[in-house]
Write a new protein. Structure first.
Length: 94
């Protein structure tokens, strides 16, 4: 749990382009990485995945009757298709 509090503290001190981080964003992101036991190679990758997470969150919010939060929230559509659906190789053949 000590590492989680350190992560939360780190996120609370980071200033985004808009010069703020809302509490809801911190809670959503932290909950996501804890719930799905996410880890990333480095801070740059973590920031990249966090951006994707919030893009996906916005998309889900606008299409909520069909979509839900899940362990794939930090993947782009292309990554999801390639890694999870395995259609990258199939699509390349056509």
């Amino acid at each position: 749990m000590k590492i989680l509090s350190q992560i939360a503290e780190l996120f609370s001190t980071i200033v985004t382009e808009e010069n703020y981080i809302t509490t809801n964003k911190l809670d959503d992101w932290t909950s996501f990485i804890v719930k799905f036991n996410k880890s990333y190679a480095n801070f740059k990758e973590l920031q990249h995945r966090k951006e994707i997470f919030y893009q996906n969150k916005g998309f889900i919010k606008n299409n909520s009757q069909f979509l839900a939060f899940n362990q794939f929230m930090d993947l782009t559509l292309e990554e999801y298709q390639e890694k999870i659906l395995k259609i990258g190789d199939f699509a390349a053949k056509f």
